[in-house]
Design a protein around this ligand. Structure first.
Ligand SMILES: C[S@@+](CC[C@H](N)C(=O)[O-])C[C@H]1O[C@@H](n2cnc3c(N)ncnc32)[C@H](O)[C@@H]1O
Length: 251
């Protein structure tokens, strides 16, 4: 299925390069250190799938991981490398993980990349490819947007110009505008519901072992809009299906 990657764009890479973890994004990353500490045993190698301008890769490095960022957008990879010249950022073809060895990573983080990937079959292929890169105890942590983010107003996002978002079914496109950057062109995402994710994980031979939906707190330094009552983000923690490890190699 042909779908524009709105991130393969120099202006958007420039916008992402200025983005740290403001406003609503703060909620996405606030709880990740403790979630990672709880679920990820090894603390060595991490892959940041869909690293963009490297914000999430630099986050992993600060947590002590030897992290590699990969993306299909050359604009994003160039920006990530410029912002972190000593970092490892790799431009990949869509779904091509041959640059990495099976069982190489203790943690694979996907921060918002799956929001932009249409077609359930392709999502499954990507997730199966990523699963193969996990160590035995490795975990995939998938951070993504809830359907609610496309229907409400937030500190960092507006969707008021896109009332049609609320009618979108799983796998259909939605639009959202980021308020923290000067590039106010709408982002075209694909909305996926929790059941879509549950189906995706089962089809990808992954067990969902935990999920988190972070809410804003009144004592935080933001004038939260919807964030205190409805979660804009969902964080899924996944591991390879237990049975796979027990089966003989030929199966
Ligand atoms: C919303 S950006 C997030 C970037 C970064 N993780 C962050 O938190 O700032 C999503 C990124 O996923 C990338 N992406 C989308 N589909 C991808 C794919 N099939 N393989 C690798 N990266 C992909 C896009 O190019 C984009 O840079």
């Amino acid at each position: 299925m042909s779908f524009p990657n709105v991130y393969n764009d120099d202006l958007r890479a420039e916008a992402y390069s200025t983005l740290d973890f403001p406003g609503t994004y703060y909620l996405a990353f606030r709880d990740l250190p403790s979630i990672i500490a709880q679920h990820v045993i090894g603390r060595r190698r991490a892959l940041d799938f869909g690293c963009g301008a490297g914000r999430s890769t630099r986050f992993l490095k600060r947590l002590g991981f030897d992290a590699i960022g990969v993306d299909i957008s050359s604009s994003m990879i160039e920006m990530a490398s410029k912002l972190d010249p000593d970092g490892k950022y790799v431009l990949v073809e869509d779904g091509d993980f041959r640059a990495f060895a099976p069982g190489e990573f203790d943690l694979i983080l996907s921060a918002f990349a799956f929001d932009n990937i249409p077609d359930a079959g392709h999502r499954r292929e990507l997730l199966c490819g990523l699963r193969a890169l996990l160590t035995d105890e490795g975990r995939i942590i998938m951070l993504g947007s809830t359907p609610d983010i496309y229907r409400h107003e937030w500190v960092s996002f507006t969707t008021r110009d896109f009332p049609e978002n609320s009618q979108a079914k799983g796998g259909e496109t939605v639009q959202i505008v980021m308020k923290d950057v000067s590039d106010r062109r709408p982002i075209v995402d694909v909305v996926w519901f929790h059941q879509d994710y549950v189906n995706l994980f089962a089809a990808s031979e992954l067990d969902l072992i935990a999920q988190y939906a972070p809410l804003g707190h009144e004592d935080e330094p933001y004038e939260w809009l919807t964030e205190t009552s409805i979660a804009p983000w969902i964080i899924y923690v996944l591991k390879e299906k237990s049975a796979r490890r027990l089966l003989p190699a030929q199966f």
